[in-house]
Design a protein around this ligand. Structure first.
Ligand code: AKB
Length: 316
């Protein structure tokens, strides 16, 4: 199928792999990558790229009109740990970029939007295990507040203006191609890199902190599957719970030790511990499974195998 797709924030952890996958699926020329900075060689050279600030309505609108864009994936955001340091900048980036694409859809300049929410929408009074789709949500971080507010705006634009916006609440994402930046779950990527480079890692969370996580391949597949699914079957227009695996720093360390003998970990919790403590340990994603057939493929063991194999191959 031919359609024109714009990725805002294409050079980040999700955006890079999402762009390459969408190009494989819909053709290089049809997928326009954009960001405020240049990205990896494979992203820049495989299709159109624009330097674009997602918070500028005029700039986004110009690009949408120029390429006759039909679908937008809005991946630009400031994540939880960085957002605590720059609350206003985080709020402006996370909210203004969302309003821009919601308004473009309201004005019928684009047909469909993908916007990721996060487990950060939940708070310390939310049930921690098997966190339900509909539950108490009292986020304690700027990032979480921006995502929860964003969810309400998505549901509102869908109900009021018929905007076709689709969203999932991502857990921590693990990938080897592009590193994350500024998140609380970033340790689950850093640990693999440090295990291979130095044989040891100092974790900024406690040994027994359980968080929900997902391998990037599953996350990319979830995003595209949700966008390609029948809109009439989607009962959630705020954001779908999405689960894959849950583990602690102690458990991921042991899974690495099984393939990197001698790997050592120690623990020096910092301000990110309080953020992690306010988030769920596991997620009930039955609504996503029912509405659009979501099913994860990667558990911790398979993730560790792939991460170590790919990172070793990168080092040569
Ligand atoms: C973060 O740690 O901030 C993100 C997230 C869970 O949304 N990875």
């Amino acid at each position: 199928m031919q359609k024109s797709i714009l990725i805002l924030g294409a050079c980040g952890q999700i955006g890079t792999e999402l762009t390459l996958e969408l190009r494989k699926k819909f053709g290089n020329e049809n997928v326009i990558a954009s960001d405020i900075r240049e990205g990896s060689e494979s992203l820049m050279e495989s299709g159109p790229f624009e330097i674009l600030d997602a918070t500028s309505y005029d700039a986004v609108e110009d690009t949408v009109m120029h390429y006759e864009v039909e679908e937008v994936y809005l991946m630009a955001a400031m994540l939880s740990a960085t957002a605590e340091k720059f609350p206003e900048r985080a709020w402006n980036l996370n909210m203004n970029s969302l309003f821009n694409v919601l308004n473009l859809a309201k004005e019928k300049k684009i047909d469909k939007i993908f916007w990721p929410s996060s487990i950060a929408v939940f708070g310390k009074n939310t049930p921690k295990e098997n966190t339900p789709q509909h539950t108490l949500m009292e986020p304690s971080t700027v990032y979480g507040i921006s995502k929860q507010t964003g969810e309400r705006w998505c549901a509102y634009y869908h109900a009021k203006y018929g905007v076709d916006v689709r969203s999932v609440r991502f857990p921590g994402l693990i990938s080897w191609k592009t590193q994350p930046g500024g998140g609380t779950t970033d340790y689950a990527v850093d640990i693999y890199i440090k295990a291979l480079e130095e044989g040891k890692y100092t974790c900024f969370l406690k040994e027994d902190t359980t968080l929900p996580m997902m391998y990037m391949e599953d996350a990319i597949r979830a995003s595209i599957e949700l966008m390609e699914s029948d809109g009439d079957k989607l009962s959630i227009r705020s954001s779908y719970n999405l689960g894959a695996m849950s583990f602690t720093p102690g458990e991921i360390a042991r899974s690495i030790q099984a393939v990197v003998p001698g790997f050592k970990i120690d623990y020096e919790p910092d301000f990110r511990q309080a953020i992690a403590d306010s988030w769920p340990g596991s997620i009930d994603d039955s609504q996503a499974r029912k509405d659009w057939g979501w099913k994860p493929e990667f558990n911790l063991e398979r993730t560790t195998e792939e991460m170590i194999r790919e990172l070793r191959a990168l080092k040569g």
